[in-house]
Every structure is written in C-alpha cells, then in structure tokens.
Design a protein around this ligand. Structure first.
Ligand code: FAD
Length: 456
C-alpha cells in the first residue's frame, strides 16, 4: 500500500503508539491526521482549559513528527467526513484508529467504518492505546463488564500488557497533502483558560513521568491523600490526551518495585475500570448506573456557592478554588467536594460533573461521570450511602490547615487547624474575616440525606 492514515484522537504521542506503528507497517507513507471536530465543540466539550492543553499537545506532536521528517496534518470539521476526504485526496487504503469507549468515540468509529467501506477502504482499530487493558478483555463469567472494582483489579493484574513500542525513527508523509495551520487555544474554545494550567504535550508529560518514577512514586502509598503535600503524579491530563501511554506507565511502574509503585498501578487500574464500565454502559455518562430513586433538590444559590468556593466550609471552598485556578484538583479534594454537593447539599451529581468537565484539564467522560456516580452512590461504590463529613476530612487530610490557607487567602491568618471551622470564632473575631457563614448545617443535612435514601 502506498498511503495509510493514522487518525490521532485521544493518543497524542509518538512513543508506544500502536496506531502510528500499524499505519507505518501498512504503507510506504503515512498521513498523521488530527481533525478538530466541530461535533465535540457542539456537544460542549470544547472548554478553554482542555483547548489550551490540546493546542500545546498538537504543537508538540507536530514538532516531534517534523524531527522525523514528517508533520501533523490538521483539518477542521466532522472527523468522519474530513478523514474520508483526506483518504480520497491521498488514495489512502486504510485508516488506523485507537478504539475508544465514549458514545461519541464509538459512533465515530462506526460511521467511519461504513463511510470508508463505501469507498473501498479499510478501518483498523487498535486496542490498548487509550487504556492499559482494553474494555472487554477481562470479563466476569456471564456478564459484559465488571461492576465492582476489587474483582476487576484481580483479573486486570493478571493480564500481561503488550510490549511497549518504540517511537518511529522516520515518518514519511505525502508532501502534497494539505494541512490547516496548527490550532491556537483561542480558536478551539471561547473563554479564558485557568491561570495555572500545566503545559501540554508528550515531552512535558515525559519530563513529569521521569521525575515521578525517579522520586515521587516511592512515597505515593503513604502520601497520596495528603492534601497540602500534593504528592500525586499529576499525570492525569497527559493520560487523558494520550501524551503518555497507559501500557508504558503500567510496565514501567511495575519495574519500579515497592508499595508506592503498587499503589500507583492500582490507580491506573481504576482508570481502566471506569473505561470498561462506560464502554458497556454508555448511558452511565448521563443516567444513574444504579438508581437509588433520588429526587435531587434544586437550589441555584447553593450550586453557585459550591461552584464559586463560598460554601462556608473552608476545605470544600479550597478544593473548588484550586479547580478554578489550576484546572485540576487533588483526588481527595474531588472526593470531598463531590460528596458535599451530592450528599450534604443533596444536589444532582450531573450538575457537579458538568462543572468539573467545564474546568478539569483531565476531564473525561469515563473517569469524571463514573467517579461522580461513585461518590453520589449511584455508581459502583459498594457503600453508596457513605457521607464524607467535610470537617472530619479536613482534619484528617489537611491536619495543619495548610491546604486551606493556600487556597482561601481570606482565612490565611487563622493558625493551625482552627482554619477549618471559622464559625467557631467569637462573632467579633469572625467579622474580621470576609468569609461566608456555612450555607448548611451538617447535622440537618445528614438527616435530610438519610431520610431521602430511606436509611433508618
Ligand atoms: P494519581 O494519584 O497520581 O494517579 C495516577 C493516575 O491514575 C491518574 O493520573 C489517573 O489517570 C488514574 N486515577 C487515579 N485515581 C483515579 C480514579 N479514582 N478514577 C480513575 N482514574 C484514576 N480523573 C480523570 O482522569 N479525569 C476526570 O475527569 C476525573 N474526574 C473525577 C471526578 C471525581 C468526582 C473524582 C472523585 C475523581 C475524578 N478523577 C478523574 C479521578 C482522580 O481524581 C484523578 O485521576 C486524579 O486526581 C488525577 O491526579 P493524578 O494524576 O495526580 O493522580
């Protein structure tokens, strides 16, 4: 075959890339194609933070391809129509693509297969690109997916990952193929990105990965929940955009023996777990995975206070402000702020998930929607009615109050753990701090939740 197409989607890298390797094996020349898909923008997924990161990723990918004699070909429009157009222009015989799990990715794959077949061309879908273990590769007897993490993890751990693939030395691209200029963030989404976003791209991801495996991972088992310590990998945006390969991460982390590396691999399995769940139940992106017959409250004022980080619960507000500033939030902060919305305020998980998706640079349908459902108790948690008390969480995971002082400057003068409960200060003292009163009483909220869920 003279030409094939490697269609890049959530896999913006050259190392350990079965799609590009497959396309290079199949043909003499390859079109590395990225389509800025107008449908994603229409569906509300083009948000400034991920747009900024994506623009970095595409620039980095283009540079890496140019170092290998190629370049990235960019088109705009409907991914299926544009890919078919490029195939017709270049006479490509095959398109290579990573298997996805979201409803969007699955529909794209189906439409692309049909459209290419109508033109006498083939579609090759590659597994273990977006996840380490492909959805459906490990299954419980008689069911189409695992609904509970622990048994999934046992089976997942027994799977041998495929070998890691080296980056290609050269990528010969047909010279005549037309490309639009690399997109800038502002052309991908409207609005200002958060001020402290990480830099996107495979190179930035590999720098972070290298440092993480050299030093960070060792203490991960003990410190991953430490809010001020910030001792997690922060690799999630690079995994989301595919700048890093999950297969490579699992392989390298397993070689880095120790409790930290083991705990880290377990988190990577959570990522795969949610992907296999969404692949089997695409409706879980919007609907309860397991209904608890909730009649969620609606309260625009409380929802706005939560979003803006002025609930009067400092640790929740710190979490929400970190999200706004960095486009990222610590996992413990995600857990406690999501529990506050769904169980303390008893507001619909979908409203919280939407806000996270609007801001998270790692925001993705599988991990976001299903983690939200896990916290709300409508997902795969085996203890669906557990409520995280924000004060208890604050004292346990931010015992000195440093995390709160970092993100809630109005309270920065309050020493030690006193910063977690400003409402206990005398009224005269409290008035010195321009900080809101709690929007809800925790005991009342707990009673309301228990009544709603029919718990005695
Ligand atoms: P580390 O602790 O270093 O973990 C390593 C990797 O494991 C992460 O990068 C991530 O890919 C994966 N991982 C860790 N925890 C989880 C988890 N609970 N579920 C799935 N994968 C996990 N993660 C996203 O990638 N995108 C999201 O949109 C997202 N939304 C979330 C929403 C809520 C309400 C909650 C509770 C969690 C969400 N998570 C999401 C999971 C988790 O919080 C982030 O993956 C993690 O905080 C990213 O930071 P890190 O890279 O430092 O993680």
């Amino acid at each position: 075959m003279d030409v094939s197409i490697a269609l890049f989607t959530s896999d913006l890298r050259l190392r350990d890339h079965p799609v590009l390797a497959g396309a290079l094996r199949a043909a003499r020349r390859v079109v590395p194609l990225f389509v800025v898909d107008s449908r994603l923008a229409a569906a509300g997924f083009a948000v400034p933070n991920r747009a900024a990161f994506l623009a970095d990723c595409l620039a980095d990918l283009d540079e890496a391809l140019r170092e290998r004699g190629g370049r990235l070909v960019v088109r705009r429009g409907d991914a299926v129509e544009e890919t078919c157009r490029v195939a017709a222009e270049t006479g490509a015989g095959e398109v290579h693509l990573a298997g996805g799990v979201s409803g969007f990715a699955l529909r794209r794959e189906e439409r692309l297969r049909a459209a290419l077949a109508a033109d006498g061309r083939g579609l090759r879908v590659h597994d273990a690109v977006v996840t380490a273990v492909p959805p459906g590769a490990v299954l419980p007897t008689g069911r189409d997916h695992y609904a509970v993490f622990t048994p999934y993890f046992r089976r997942w751990s027994a799977e041998a990952p495929r070998p890691v693939i080296a980056a290609p030395r050269t990528v010969p691209v047909p010279p005549e193929v037309r490309s639009e200029p690399l997109p800038r963030a502002a052309s991908l989404a409207r609005g200002e990105p958060s001020p402290a976003l990480p830099e996107g791209g495979e190179r930035a991801g590999r720098r972070r990965l290298g440092a993480w495996l050299r030093t960070g991972v060792t203490g991960y088992a003990d410190r991953h929940d430490d809010l001020p310590g910030d001792a997690t990998s922060r690799l999630s945006p690079y995994l989301h955009f595919g700048c890093l390969s999950p297969v490579e991460l699992v392989t390298r982390a397993r070689r880095t023996a120790g409790a930290g590396a083991e705990a880290f691999v377990r988190q990577l399995a959570w990522r795969d777990f949610h992907h296999q769940l969404l692949a089997a139940r695409p409706d879980a992106a919007r609907h309860d995975y397991r209904t608890r017959h909730d009649h969620w409250r609606e309260d625009a004022g409380e929802l706005a206070a939560w979003r803006e980080g002025r609930t009067g619960y400092p640790v929740v507000d710190a979490a929400m402000r970190q999200l706004a500033h960095e486009g990222w939030m610590h996992n413990r902060a995600r857990l406690l702020s999501a529990s506050f919305l769904t169980k303390t305020l008893y507001l619909d998980w979908r409203a919280g998930a939407r806000h996270f998706l609007d801001l998270l640079v790692d925001g993705d349908v599988a991990n976001n929607q299903l983690n939200w459902q896990w916290v709300a108790g409508t997902g795969s948690d085996t203890r669906p009615n557990r409520v995280l008390n924000p004060l208890a969480q604050a004292k346990r995971f931010d015992p000195t109050g440093e995390y709160v002082r970092r993100w809630v400057p109005e309270l920065a003068e309050l020493p030690g753990p006193a910063v977690h409960h400003p409402w206990r200060l005398r009224a005269t003292e409290r008035s010195r701090y321009a900080y809101p009163e709690p929007i809800v009483d925790l005991d009342d909220a707990l009673a309301r939740f228990r009544a709603a869920r029919g718990i005695d």
